[in-house]
Design a protein around this ligand. Sequence first.
Ligand code: ADP
Ligand code: MG
Length: 501
Amino acid sequence: MSDLSVELTAPNGVKYTQPTGLWINNEWVKSKSGEKITSINPTDEKEIVSVYAAGPEDVDLAVAAARKAFKDPAWRDMATTGRGELMYRFATLIEQHKETLATIETWDNGKPYSVALNEDLAEVVSTLKYYAGFADKVHGQVIDTTPAKLAYTIREPLGVCGQIIPWNYPLLMAAWKLGPALCTGNTIVLKAAEQTPLSILYLANLIKEVGFPPGVINILNGEGRKAGAALASHLGVDKIAFTGSTTTGREIMKMAAINLKNITLETGGKSPLLIFDDCDLDQAVKWAHIGIMYNQGQVCSATSRILVQEGVYEKFVSAFKEYVSTTSKVGDPFADDTFQGPQVTKAQYERVLSYIESGKHEGATLVSGGEAHKDVGGKGFFIAPTIFSDVKDTMKIFREEVFGPFVVVSSFKTEEEAISRANDTTYGLGSAVFTQNITKAHRVARNIEAGMVWINSSNDSDMRIPFGGVKMSGIGRELGEAGLEAYTNKKAVHVNLGTVL
Ligand code: ADP
Ligand code: MG
C-alpha cells in the first residue's frame, strides 16, 4: 500500500504510518479523480501530508458498499451481543493506539496534546464502550389493545447512514456518531472535515483488525461542497447526521429533502452563561473560563455570552480577567503547560480577528487579548484570549457565533431581564446559570430556550446525557439513550388473533 500510506514523524517524535486513501469496503483506495487535500499544521503553518479526497463517484462506491453490508447476513443477522462485543473490541483497540491517535489529532488540529489524550481519546473510548453496552438492550414493546389483536414494535436500523463531522473534535465527533449507529445495526459512510483529515484515517485501519465486515464502516475525506454534498443528496443514503455550522446545516437539510432522509443536525450556538449576585463567584469564574476558552473556544456549545447581575459585575470582570491571564497559557500544543493552542486554520484565525476588530469598532470595552499571539516562533494561528465587557445586545459580537477564545460580558438587573436577553437569539444549544438559590436555579433552567442547561458549571458534557439544541442550533439529540432514537425506526406489527370474528 505504498502510495496509500506514508511514514511520518510527528513533532513530539512519535513515528507512525499515516494512511492517505479512502477507506471503502475495508480496503484503502485512491479517489477516482486522483484529487487530494493537504493537511496543514496550524502551529507552524507547514504542510503535513496530502490525502485522497472523495468526489461523487467515490461516494457512490462507498454508499454501494454500505448498502451491500447492510443486507449482508454477516452484519444484519449478527447476534446483538456479538455486535456489542465487536464494538467493545474496537474501543479497546483504540485505547491501545491512543497515544498515536492523540498525537495526530494535536498535529493536525492544534489542540493541546494533554487534552487530545486525556479528554478526547478517553471520551472516544468510553463513548464506544457505552454504546457497545446498548447493542443487546435496544428492543421494542408489546402494546395492549384487545384480545383480538397482538401488537408489537421492532426497533430497526435505518439503513445506510451518512455522517458528516467537523474539525473541532475529529475523533470524538466520529465516536458520537459511530457508537449509536453501529450498536443499532446501521452501516456508515463517514466524511471527515477537510481541515482535519488525518486522525480518522488512522482509526480506519483499526476497523478491519477488529473484525467489522466489509462495508459496515466506510471513511472518506473530501470537501464539504463535493463529497459532503454528494452524500447529503445521495438517493442511496437513508440518514444524514451532521455536526457543523448552522449555514451548512441548512444546506444539508435542503439536500436531504431529495429522498426525505432522516436527519440529525447539531449546529451553531451563542450560548448564554448567567451569573446572579448570589452565586459562588470563584466557581462562576472558573467555569466561565472553561466554558469559553477550552479547545481554543472551538466548541459549538461554548458559553460565549456572559450576563452578570450588576451587584457582582465589576468584581466578576476583574476576577475573570485575572483568572484568564493566569490559566489560559497560549503555546505549542505539544508543550505540557499549554492550555490553548492555535486556531485550526488560517480562515478561522482571520475570522476571530475580524470579530475582534468589530468589537473594537462597535465600542465594546476590551478587557484583555484583542490581538494575535505571536510568541510561538512567530508562526501559527494563535489568538490571545479575548474578553470584551460592556457589550450591547445589538453588537455583532453579542449576536454572532465567533468560535474562538473570545467572550462578551454584559450586565443585567433582574432575573426577568436576564432570561429575556439570554433567549434573544436564533440559537438554543447550551446555557449555564450560577446561583446558590436552588429555586431560582431550576426556574431559570426551565425558562431558558436551550437544549442543555448547566447549573453551576459549563460544558461538562457526558456521554450518558443527551446533547443537542433547539431553534437554529439543531434537530435531534446525540449521546445518552436519546442518541439511539436517531438511528432506529419503530416498526409496528399488527397480529390478528380475532379468529372468532
Ligand atoms: P466550518 O464552516 O466551521 O468549516 P462546516 O459546517 O462548513 O463548518 O463543516 C462541517 C462539515 O460539513 C465538514 O465535514 C464539511 O466538509 C462539511 N460540509 C461543508 N459544506 C458542506 C456542504 N455544502 N454539503 C455537505 N457537507 C458540507
Ligand atoms: Mg490541519
